[in-house]
Design a protein around this ligand. Structure first.
Ligand code: MG
Length: 366
C-alpha cells in the first residue's frame, strides 16, 4: 500500500480508526428497561400487519428475524416473537450519552446512525497509544453508564473498521492490522461489503464477481466501465485500501418522509394524494430548521418490495412547499404507468444548505 503525503512524499502515518456499533441497539434498550423481555425474542417496530421490524434481539435473530423484515414474515419465522413499539426519544438520549463518551477520546467523530459511529483516534485526547485499548475503555464506559453493550472494529481505514466491528459481535472487538487487511477482504462475499447493496451485488455476481478476490482480479478500467463512479471505490476496498477521512460533525444531508399505505395503490391520483402529506412534512422540517435543498427524490417501493428512486435537481433551492410538490409529482408522473402496485412512497430533499448559508449565486459582473 502506498500511502504518502502528497506535499512531502513522506509516508503518512497509519491512521487508527474505530467503528463502534451498539449491539441490537433498540431491542437491547427495550430489554434493559423491561425485565420481562430479557432472554426473549423481541422485535422493535410495527406489530401492525404491514409494519417492518426495525431491530431484533439476538434471541429473535436465532429464528432468522432481521431488521427491515416485514413483521408478518418475522412472526411466521418466530411465532413467539414479542413486538415492542420503538421509543426514539430514549434511543436518542442514549445516543447522546455514548457520543459524550466518544468525545472524551477524540473530537473526530462521524455518527452513521444513533448507535454507530466512526472515530479517528490517530491522535487522541488522552494519548493512549493503542486504539484497541481506547475501544476497550469506550466499551467499558458505555456498559457502566448505559447498561448496554457495544462492539468495536479497529483498523487503519473506515471500510475495514466497519467490517471488524461485526466480527466479534455481540460485546466484542476485533483488530484488522495493515498486514491483515487485504487478506481479510479476499474471501468476503461482495454482498457483505459496506456500500454494496443487493442490486449492486447481483450485478457483480452476473459479471462473475462473488468475492473480494474476484474484484481484486479486475482492472480499474473494468470496474470504472461497469460501476461508474463507484468502480474505483470497489477496486480499492478489494485491496483493503480506503482513504476516506472520518468526517466530524457531518451535516445532515437530506430530509425526508415516507409512508406505507394500508392497501397497495397504482392510480396516479391516489398516489399523488399520498404525496401531499409527505411534502407537508418535509417542508415543515425545512421551515423549522431553515434548511433548504435543491434535489428532490421520490422513492417508490412496490408491492414486491422492489424499491426505485428518481431524483431531480434544480438550479436554485426549492423555494416553497408547492414547488416541492410539483417536482415530486413530476417525478411520479414520469413513471406512469407503473409496472406494479405501490406499497410505499417517500419524498426527500437533499443538497441541503442551512439558513443564512449562501448558496452559489450568479453575480453580475460590472
Ligand atoms: Mg448496531
Amino acid at each position: 500500500m502506498s500511502e504518502s503525503d502528497p506535499t512531502t512524499g513522506e509516508p503518512s502515518p497509519v491512521r487508527k480508526i474505530i467503528h463502534i456499533d451498539m449491539d441490537a441497539f433498540y431491542a437491547s434498550v427495550e430489554q434493559r428497561d423491561n425485565p420481562e423481555l430479557r432472554g426473549k425474542p423481541v422485535a422493535v417496530g410495527g406489530s401492525a400487519e404491514r409494519g417492518v421490524v426495525a431491530a431484533a434481539s439476538y434471541e429473535a435473530r436465532k429464528f432468522g428475524v432481521r431488521s427491515a423484515m416485514p413483521s408478518v414474515t418475522a412472526k411466521r419465522q418466530c411465532p413467539d416473537l414479542i413486538f415492542v413499539r420503538p421509543r426514539f426519544e430514549v434511543y436518542k438520549a442514549i445516543s447522546r450519552q455514548i457520543r459524550d463518551i466518544f468525545a472524551e477520546h477524540t473530537p473526530v467523530i462521524e455518527p452513521l446512525s444513533l448507535d454507530e459511529a466512526y472515530l479517528d483516534v490517530t491522535e487522541n485526547l488522552q494519548g493512549i497509544p493503542l486504539a484497541r485499548d481506547i475501544a476497550l475503555e469506550i466499551r467499558a464506559k458505555i456498559k457502566a453508564e448505559t447498561g448496554l453493550t457495544a462492539s468495536a472494529g479497529i483498523s487503519y481505514n473506515k471500510f475495514l473498521a466497519k467490517l471488524a466491528s461485526d466480527h466479534r459481535k455481540p460485546n466484542g472487538q476485533f483488530v484488522i492490522s495493515p498486514e491483515m487487511g487485504p487478506a481479510f477482504v479476499e474471501p468476503l462475499p461482495v454482498g457483505k461489503f459496506h456500500g454494496i447493496g443487493p442490486a449492486t451485488a447481483a450485478k457483480m455476481n452476473a459479471l462473475g464477481l462473488f468475492t473480494g478476490r474476484d474484484i481484486r482480479n479486475q482492472s480499474l478500467e473494468f470496474m470504472n466501465a461497469n460501476f461508474g463512479k463507484s468502480g474505483a471505490y470497489y477496486y480499492w476496498i478489494s485491496r483493503g485500501v480506503d482513504e476516506r477521512p472520518v468526517r466530524a460533525n457531518r451535516i445532515r444531508k437530506s430530509v425526508g418522509a415516507e409512508n406505507t399505505f394500508s392497501t397497495d395503490l397504482d392510480a396516479f391520483d391516489a398516489l399523488a394524494a399520498e404525496l401531499r402529506p409527505l411534502v407537508d412534512k418535509v417542508w415543515r422540517h425545512c421551515e423549522a430548521t431553515g434548511n433548504r435543498g435543491r434535489t428532490v427524490t421520490l422513492k417508490i417501493k412496490f408491492a414486491d418490495f422492489e424499491i426505485i428512486t428518481r431524483s431531480r435537481s434544480v438550479a436554485a433551492a426549492v423555494a416553497g412547499r408547492d414547488d416541492l410538490e410539483r417536482l415530486a409529482c413530476g417525478l411520479l408522473e414520469a413513471e406512469m404507468p407503473l409496472p406494479k402496485r405501490v406499497r410505499l412512497l417517500g419524498v426527500s430533499l437533499s443538497s441541503l444548505h442551512a439558513a443564512g448559508e449562501s448558496e452559489p449565486q450568479l453575480t453580475l459582473g460590472i
